[in-house]
Write a protein of this length. Sequence first.
Length: 244
Amino acid sequence: MSTDLHGRTQRLELSDQNLRSFEAVVLDSTPEGIVLSRSAFYPGGGGQPADHGVLLWLGVETRIVGIRKGDDLYLIPAEGDPVPPVGTVVEAAVEDERRSALMRTHSGLHVLCGVVFRDYGSLVTGGNMEPLSARMDFNMPEVPPGFKEAVEDACNAEILADRRIDVRVLPRKEAFDIPDIIRTATNLVPEEVEDVRIVDIVGLDTQADGGTHVASTRQIGRIKVAKIESKGRGFRRLRIAISD
């Protein structure tokens, strides 16, 4: 299956992360989920939550409050909102403030991942994010003296360097020939995936990733390492906040 398809839905956000509005045809529609022919809503995954937004049709507004992944992508309407009939052409809009904040946050996590891997050799064991706040877990037996301040300073230096963030899709074998392309302790790319989407913070971090990102590190803003927690023997959790 092409990497820009999920079921019957063409995923527009994979090739244009700045797209916020689009037109589509309703392929399936119930109060539990709406399937569109094409969508720029990020459906969630890799720790990044799904987008929110609205569908406009025949003078009616349907709020989208989540997405369920299955054989198709099902946009979840707000409880009680009307749903468009099958065959309806809708104008859709992704909530810009939320998506933009999540893009900054996700790119910030990749900077953090790149810095910790480069400077300490630690791999990621988990992570999650909300708009402008996130956590990332690392396999790190000991926390070196001054670690929190050193990581925060190094991350913000990489942001100020205004490193370009490129996205491309490579055949699986070619992708896995890139050294350290998997920055997680476990390879999370399913074996059946033939084409791998690569996010490259040029000169810092290159890894397989399906999320949405800003175009350069300077667009992230500023990273604050808010807290470091122990999550069992050999595992550390770093909580970060993103600001302007």
